[in-house]
Design a protein around this ligand. Structure first.
Ligand code: FAD
Ligand code: UDP
Length: 373
């Protein structure tokens, strides 16, 4: 069988690999000049630092099979994401933990005291928080909300936190101990030679042909037995029903001799600073030594026609449009829509890989069953 994978990110690469290993002929196309999609990494020519071209990516998962899968194709180095935040003229630790709370309120509380203290600040009348703002007021209270979440979120999403769902904030924990690991997963690490090397390993199979700088158009689906499309769902239909809203990011690059900020990611909680965060990429590879440093200031704004889509907005209006597109997609028989753009969802890398493995296996199982004995 001849299969086409549109997009050489994790979705396309992992599904392609599974199909290739099952003996099928696989073509992977991407309109970009490189593989690995938004997880692409490359060395900066000036400093030699490995840069996460489309923003910081840290691999973390509880899924043992996915962890073993990625380790099959490249070596991972231990890496713990420790994020800092600048607000009100001080540097704090994120996610909010006992250190943040004690420093912010000028106290020396123990865990139970801090929990009681925060509960006294929190708005306990909000029983079932629906919005981002309600979630913050209910779990951290107004002061921490104002310092760390309100301005950042306004910049990141371009709207007031009362217009956003609580689920966005639920991604971040609040801890009453000194654990400042941003993630809580069993496995966490950084590919030693970058994500692009990892995806290269996945795509390295004799049944896979990769075509870069190649844009896939809808009518090409007829040339294949089946297509897995990891590009934008609305784009596949030429935006006929309208555009699904995304936030895009602008990165302002600057270099520095030495260590600019002492950590990989520094968030800026206040609205008066126009960017959301600064990423200093050499801290993602602490096992390497570089004199020079490369940093990106990150600005978020609404995604226009020719911009790169990053974060799906997924408010009520977008969800209604999404269900119209999903209905259209279900009528296209030999195309499966996958990945963060094809399904219009925020997906971490591990979830993307898990879904890709499951999609390929289900597809292969179904096809096997259909074949005449
Ligand atoms: P993509 O990587 O977007 O790949 C899709 C590919 O399809 C692209 O290369 C595109 O060029 C190509 N394409 C689209 N349309 C066409 C077409 N018509 N023809 C040909 N090619 C086409 N996840 C984590 O686990 N940890 C993190 O720390 C993390 N940080 C993130 C930070 C940011 C700023 C963002 C936005 C995401 C982050 N993620 C993180 C999520 C991660 O980026 C995604 O899980 C991953 O990129 C999804 O892979 P994908 O293959 O579905 O999509
Ligand atoms: N957030 C915030 N302040 C911060 C970090 C995060 O207000 O310093 C909010 C913001 O709205 C963000 C959400 O919490 O979209 C989830 O944070 P996460 O770090 O998961 O953001 P992402 O990885 O999506 O950029």
């Amino acid at each position: 069988m001849k299969y086409c994978l549109v997009g050489a990110g994790f979705s396309g690469a992992v599904i392609g690999r599974e199909l290739a290993e099952a003996g099928h002929e696989v073509t992977v196309v991407d309109e970009r000049s490189h593989i690995a999609g938004n997880c692409h990494t490359e060395r900066d020519a000036e400093t030699g630092v490995m840069v996460h071209t489309y923003g910081p990516h840290i691999f973390h998962t509880d899924d043992q099979e996915v962890w073993e899968y990625v380790n099959r194709f490249t070596a991972f180095k231990p890496y713990v994401n420790r994020v800092k935040a600048t607000s009100r003229g001080q540097v704090f630790s994120l996610p909010i933990n006992l250190h943040t709370i004690n420093q912010f309120f000028g106290k020396t509380m123990r865990p139970d005291e801090a929990r009681n203290f925060i509960e006294a600040q929190a708005d306990m009348s909000i029983e079932n928080p629906l919005t981002f703002e309600e979630q913050a007021l209910r779990f951290v209270g107004p002061e921490l909300y104002e310092a760390f979440f309100k301005g950042y979120t306004q910049k990141q999403w371009g709207c007031h936190p009362s217009e956003l769902p609580a689920s966005i904030l639920k991604r971040l924990p609040v801890r009453f101990n000194y654990n400042d690991n941003y993630f809580f997963h069993r496995y966490q690490g950084m590919p030693e030679h970058g994500y692009t090397r990892l995806v290269e390993g996945i795509l390295d199979h004799p049944n896979i042909v990769v075509q870069l700088n190649t844009r896939f158009e809808r009518n090409q689906a007829a040339d294949f037995d089946h297509v897995f499309f990891s590009g934008p769902l609305d784009g596949f239909f030429d935006y006929k029903l309208g555009r699904l809203g995304y936030r895009t990011l602008d990165f302002e690059r600057f270099t520095y001799q030495g260590d600019y900020q002492g950590c990989a990611v520094m968030n800026y909680g206040e609205e008066s600073v126009p960017y959301t965060r600064i990423t200093e990429h050499k801290h993602f590879s602490p096992w390497e030594e570089h004199e020079g440093s490369i940093c990106y200031r990150e600005y978020s704004r609404f995604c226009e026609v020719d911009d790169i889509p990053y974060y799906p907005i997924r408010l009520v209006k977008e969800k209604a449009l999404l269900s119209d597109y999903v209905a259209k997609a279900q009528q296209v028989k030999n195309v499966t829509f996958v990945g963060r753009l094809g399904t219009y969802r925020y997906l971490d890398m591990d979830v993307t890989i898990r879904e890709a493995l499951d999609t390929a296996r289900d597809f292969l199982n179904c096809n096997e069953n259909q074949q005449p004995v």
